[in-house]
Design a protein around this ligand. Structure first.
Ligand code: ATP
Ligand code: MG
Ligand code: FE
Length: 335
C-alpha cells in the first residue's frame, strides 16, 4: 500500500510517501517560519501564497525521494481541516487535481487525527488508547477504541498549550514560534515563581491556559512597576512547570480511568523536552501502560502523519469524492 500525503493547514507545505501505513519513504517539509517571523505569527494571506509557490515542488520532491511514480500510488491523503481555509485549499486542490488526472483514490484526513497517527510511524497502536494532543491550536485528550474512531474526553476552554507558549514568549520578546525558546530557557532556570494551575472541576479533563498566561504577563508588569527585575529563565521554568504539571496529571488520571493500553503524545508541543521527560517519568510508575512519543520531526506539522492516518482510513474503506472542500472547522469526532 503506497500513499502520498499532503499537508498545508498552516505554515508548512508538506508531502510524504508512506508504505504499508508505517514505513516512511520520504517526508518533505517546506517551512515558512522565516517569512512569518517578522510579523510575530502566521499571516494567513502570506501562508496561502507560499503554499501555492511550494506545493508542486514539494510533492515532486517527495515522489522523487521515495522513488515512486504517480502510477504506483494507491491513494492520496490530504488534510481537509481544521486550519486556515486559504492554506488548506491549496493542498486540497493539489490532491484533487492529481487524483483526478491519474485516477487515484482520494482520502481526506483530519489534521489532529494526523498528529495522533504520527505515533503509528513509531509503534503499532494497541486499543483502547489515549492521546494527549498538544499543538498550536489544540489541547485535548482523545480516546480511541479502534482505528479511525476518536472521542474527545477533554479539551481546552480557552488557549491551546502552544498558543500559551507563543504568547508568553512574545511578552518575553522571544522570536516566533516561541515554544522551543521557552523550552530552552526553562531548562536554564528554576521554577521559583508561584504561578496558577487550572485544574477546573475535580473530574474534568478540560484545560485552561489563559489564566496562566495572564499571570505571567501580570508578574512581568508588576515587577516592572516596582523596578524589580525578573529572571526570564526562572519565569520560563515556572510557566513550563505549571503547563506540564496539569497536562501530565490529567493524562495519567485519564489513562487509569479509561484503563488504556497505550498513551500517545501528539502535536507540536510534544517536541517539548520538559513534557517528554515528565511523561516518561510518570508512566514509568505505570508499567502496564505503554507511552509512545514520536521523534521531534514527526511532532510538528508534516505530511507523513497525514499519509499514516490516510493509509488506515483507506484500508477501512474511506474514499473522498472529487467534490472535497477545505473545512477549517472540521470536527474530529465526525469527519
Ligand atoms: P494545530 O495542529 O492545532 O492545527 P499547528 O499545526 O499550528 O496547530 P503544530 O505545528 O502542531 O501546531 O505545533 C506548533 C506549536 O508547537 C507552536 O505553538 C510551537 O510554539 C509549539 N512548539 C514547538 N516546539 C515546542 C517546544 N519545544 N516546546 C513547547 N512548544 C513547542
Ligand atoms: Mg506550524
Ligand atoms: Fe498541527
Amino acid at each position: 500500500l503506497i500513499v502520498l500525503g499532503i499537508e498545508t493547514s498552516c505554515d508548512e507545505t508538506a508531502a510524504s510517501v508512506i508504505k504499508n501505513g508505517t514505513i516512511i519513504l520520504s517526508n518533505v517539509v517546506a517551512s515558512q517560519i522565516e517569512s512569518h517571523k517578522r510579523f510575530g505569527g502566521v499571516v494567513p494571506e502570506l501562508a496561502s501564497r507560499h503554499h501555492v509557490e511550494q506545493i508542486t515542488i514539494v510533492i515532486e520532491e517527495a515522489l522523487k525521494e521515495a522513488g515512486i511514480t504517480l502510477a504506483e500510488l494507491d491513494a492520496i491523503a490530504v488534510t481537509e481541516g481544521p486550519g486556515l481555509v486559504g492554506a488548506l485549499l491549496v493542498g486540497v486542490n493539489a490532491a484533487k487535481a492529481i487524483a483526478f488526472a491519474n485516477n487515484i483514490p482520494l482520502v481526506s484526513v483530519h489534521h489532529i487525527a494526523g498528529h495522533i497517527y504520527a505515533n503509528r510511524l513509531i509503534k503499532e497502536m494497541t486499543f483502547p488508547l489515549l492521546s494527549l494532543v498538544v499543538s498550536g491550536g489544540h489541547t485535548e485528550i482523545v480516546y480511541m477504541e479502534e482505528h479511525g474512531e476518536f472521542k474527545v474526553i477533554g479539551e481546552t476552554r480557552d488557549d491551546a498549550a502552544g498558543e500559551a507558549y507563543d504568547k508568553v514568549a512574545r511578552t518575553l520578546n522571544l522570536p516566533y514560534p516561541g515554544g522551543p525558546h521557552i523550552d530552552r530557557l526553562a531548562h536554564e532556570g528554576t521554577p521559583t515563581i508561584d504561578l496558577p494551575r487550572a485544574w477546573l472541576e475535580e473530574d474534568s479533563y478540560d484545560f485552561s491556559f489563559s489564566g496562566l498566561k495572564s499571570a505571567v504577563i501580570n508578574t512581568l508588569h508588576n515587577a516592572a512597576q516596582k523596578g524589580i527585575s525578573i529572571d526570564s529563565k526562572d519565569l520560563a521554568a515556572s510557566f513550563q512547570d505549571s503547563v506540564i504539571d496539569v497536562l501530565v496529571t490529567k493524562t495519567v488520571r485519564a489513562a487509569k480511568e479509561y484503563n488504556v493500553k497505550q498513551v500517545l503524545l501528539s502535536g507540536g508541543v510534544a517536541a517539548n523536552k520538559g513534557l517528554r521527560k515528565a511523561l516518561e517519568e510518570a508512566f514509568k510508575q505505570l508499567p502496564s501502560i505503554e507511552l509512545v512519543i514520536p521523534p521531534l520531526n514527526l511532532c510538528t506539522d508534516n505530511a507523513a502523519m497525514i499519509a499514516a492516518a490516510g493509509s488506515v482510513l483507506f484500508e477501512k474503506g474511506k474514499r473522498s469524492s472529487l467534490a472535497l472542500n477545505a473545512n477549517p472547522g472540521l470536527d474530529i469526532e465526525s469527519f
